[in-house]
Design a protein around this ligand. Structure first.
Ligand SMILES: *Cc1c(COP(=O)(O)O)cnc(C)c1O
Length: 360
């Protein structure tokens, strides 16, 4: 068996320990004689799995009692519709557009009401986070929406926007559990888990209880009402059962590493190795304004598309996978999520130095 260093933006690297445990339990989960994939989501064994997953997540993120944790499907993209359908009571919402995912969410919300783009960084290909300290937040906005870590462009909100009292909704798909957060600052925090937590197919929504109401937009399907899932503890219908089981294992793995403070320290260390090299390299350059850099997704370029392609190819041959930048931006991107070991980044930088010496 040989494992590569996988720098994919998502689905992405998972902790090896978790994968091994899942392999050990594949045929017979704790004496049940069956795989978690094969068991009823209403069984006693599964009830323990989903309840423990929620309890561990609550502990890790210090989630207050007046927030519900929902395990849903449809990916982060389905939330682009679900959020306005459930929250747009006045049919007005403000969006801060810092990348493709925020833009898609903004466009989707426009189907249901008046979505206002109150700030954007599109003028400089989303390479920075706009100043959000005094934005023209709409008087009647039902919420203000952000994508907190921009997976494609490698920027992160290091300060949350001043929403002037309006509910903050945040897509944290690519920075979920990468560092501590203050849940009370948000109405909704949500993310697809396939970036930093588990296998594709699960989206976790952490939502303040007062935002869960019957009063959704007319025509909202039962499955797209937060209330449906909240009232049934995420078991209204069959949940993505196996995916939730793996997420639960990752939560336990993070707890064992020392929780979100430890994750932050680990992620800062890893990111610094790569950013420090980019800042001194003669060949490679980071593409993001320094103060807005993400700890999770690190885009970089040589400035020459052919050389970029050569780098990606040679890196792959050396065991560094998925370093090609997003198809809309080109260049390279190293995603260095929680489960990427520090050696992975150290070895990548060694390889980049070698490539630079050979090509500069
Ligand atoms: C990947 C990603 C999405 C889309 O997720 P899906 O689960 O594929 O719908 C949305 N937002 C962010 C920030 C992402 O990184």
């Amino acid at each position: 068996m040989s494992r590569v260093y996988n720098f994919s933006a998502g689905p992405a690297v998972l902790p090896e320990e978790v994968l091994k445990e899942a392999a050990d339990e594949m045929l017979d989960y704790k004496g049940t004689g069956m795989s978690v994939m094969e068991m009823s989501h209403r069984s006693k064994a599964y009830d323990t799995i989903i309840k423990e997953a929620e309890a561990d997540l609550r502990e890790l993120m210090n989630i207050p009692d007046n927030y519900k944790v929902l395990f849903l499907q449809g990916g982060a993209s389905q939330q682009f519709a679900m959020i306005p359908m459930n929250l747009m009571k006045n049919k007005v919402a403000d969006y801060i557009v810092t990348g493709q995912w925020a833009k898609k969410a903004f466009q989707e919300a426009s189907i249901y009401g008046k979505a206002n783009k109150i700030a954007s960084s599109e003028d400089e290909t989303f390479s920075y986070i706009p100043d959000c300290s005094d934005l023209p937040v709409s008087e009647d906005a039902d919420y203000v929406y952000i994508c907190e870590n921009n997976t494609i462009y490698g920027t992160k909100f290091h300060t949350l926007p001043n929403t002037k009292g309006k509910t903050l909704v945040s897509d944290v798909s690519s920075c979920f559990l990468s560092e501590p957060v203050d849940v009370t600052k948000y109405g909704i925090i949500y993310g697809g888990v396939q970036k930093n937590i588990g296998p594709a197919g699960v989206v976790i929504v952490i939502i303040r209880e007062d935002l869960i109401t019957e009063d959704t937009l007319p025509g909202t399907p039962t499955m797209l009402k937060y209330k449906t899932h909240a009232d049934n503890d995420s078991l209204y219908n069959t949940p993505p059962a196996y995916g939730i089981y793996i997420c639960g294992k990752v939560f336990k793995w993070i707890k064992k590493q020392g929780g979100l403070e430890a994750m932050k320290e680990h992620n800062e260390k890893k990111a610094a190795i790569l950013y420090n090299f980019l800042d001194e390299s003669k060949l490679f350059k980071g593409t993001v304004r320094k103060e807005d850099r993400s700890l999770m997704n690190v885009p970089f370029v040589t400035g020459d598309a052919d050389l970029d392609a050569k780098f990606v190819k040679e890196a792959k041959e050396a065991g560094f996978e998925n370093l090609k930048g997003h198809r809309t931006v080109g260049g390279m991107r190293a995603s260095i999520y929680n489960a990427m070991p520090i050696e992975g980044v150290e070895k990548l930088v060694e390889f980049m130095k070698k490539f630079e010496a050979e090509n500069c």
